[in-house]
Design a binder for this molecule. Structure first.
Ligand SMILES: [Zn+2]
Length: 239
């Protein structure tokens, strides 16, 4: 495996060359905008360079397509160097190889230790499980706080569950007195999480989003609108 650079209209473009026991040379562009060329073991480097330069225009065009695609797509993988939010702070993820799985927060880093460092699916599962554990602990405290704050409205202490959801921050089952909180909330600061919890608590009294609903919510979270805006815009990265 070696790194090479070619120039297209003066722009340097880097690619990874892998020698393999194959008959034909081929080239691919990964989702991470990396170019990989696989070439037969005995192919001279000049022939490889010719091949890549012939394809330069196609490469540049397709890199642009992948880049556009990535800009519209939330970053759904967990890998070393990824920026991740946790309780409103930004961290960088580092993945280390170690026999026993664990995750810890160290300064500006979230360190993931795993025997399967190379398996991104496994790392992601481990990270989500850890996030869920953290969320359950954190949300339990905040749900209790919200209950103490709002119990005079005549509500019972609800059960809560944490689920990784795509479209909603939370939901409320009035009949079963249970609220569901999105795992994704653990990325946000406590004020944002509390806003969602109090929103769902308000649904324990008023099922719809009527004028009365917002009057009641505002009594407890006067700034709910700006807090919700922060939540909706800052913490979306799709994990
Ligand atoms: Zn609602």
């Amino acid at each position: 495996m070696s790194r090479h650079t070619f120039y297209y209209m003066g722009i340097p473009v880097e690619y990874l060359l892998i020698r393999k026991r194959i008959k034909n040379i081929n080239l691919r562009i990964s989702e991470r905008e990396e170019i990989t060329v696989s070439a037969p073991v005995s192919m001279p480097i000049d022939s490889i360079t010719d091949f890549v330069e012939d394809k330069a225009e196609w490469i540049i065009r397709n890199l642009a397509v992948v880049e556009r695609y990535n800009q519209n797509k939330p970053d759904v993988d967990v890998y070393s160097g990824k920026k991740a939010y946790f309780l409103g702070n930004e961290y960088e993820i580092r993945v280390f190889k170690k026999n026993i799985k664990s995750i810890s927060v160290n300064g500006d880093y979230i360190d993931i230790f795993s025997p399967y460092k190379e398996k991104s699916g496994d790392i992601k599962r481990q990270y989500l499980l850890w996030l869920k554990k953290q969320a359950e602990i954190m949300f339990e405290g905040l749900v209790k706080n919200a209950y103490v704050m709002m119990k005079n409205e005549g509500i019972n202490m609800p059960d809560f569950v944490v689920k990784n959801m795509k479209t909603r921050w939370g939901s409320c089952n009035m009949r079963d007195c249970r609220i569901t909180l999105n795992l994704q909330l653990i990325k946000a600061d406590k004020e944002c999480i509390m806003q969602v919890i109090c929103h769902e608590f308000t649904h324990l009294c008023i099922p719809n989003h009527s004028h009365k609903f917002y009057i009641l919510l505002e009594k407890y979270i006067p700034q709910w609108k700006s807090i919700k805006k922060r939540l909706d815009t800052q913490y979306k990265d799709g994990i």
